[in-house]
Design a protein around this ligand. Structure first.
Ligand code: HEC
Length: 83
């Protein structure tokens, strides 16, 4: 009974997470990017750099934005899929 109830709550949480209102189409990388990469300057456009240039460039700014290794990966994935 308890396990069932827990399972139901978990399933609900997962569903509401996926169907979240404003963030519906936003990847984790884009969220990190939008929240952390415009504290010092306007949000740069992903098309500003090529797939080859972003990975080399991002580390300097990711360090400034104090991103974790996982967040860097997410941001990179977003940038490279949107340029
Ligand atoms: C602590 C401040 C700071 C944070 C946070 C920051 N930047 Fe920057 N960024 C700068 C400064 C200062 C410049 C101006 C040029 C330079 O110093 O490289 C800049 C310039 C840029 C440019 C333009 C470079 C060019 O040659 O045109 C891009 C693109 C960029 N940042 C991307 C990012 C991304 C992506 C993030 C998030 C991971 C980020 N920045 C976070 C400080 C920051």
């Amino acid at each position: 009974m308890t396990a069932l109830a827990l399972g139901a709550i978990l399933a609900l949480a997962l569903i509401s997470c996926k169907g979240g209102a404003a963030d519906e189409n936003r990847s984790p990388g884009e969220s990190v990017y939008r929240s952390r990469c415009q504290t010092c300057h306007a949000l740069p456009k992903p098309v500003k750099m090529s797939d080859a240039d972003w990975p080399a460039f991002i580390h300097d700014h990711a360090e400034r934005a104090k991103l974790s290794a996982e967040q860097i990966d997410q941001v990179l994935t977003y940038l490279i899929s949107s340029n």
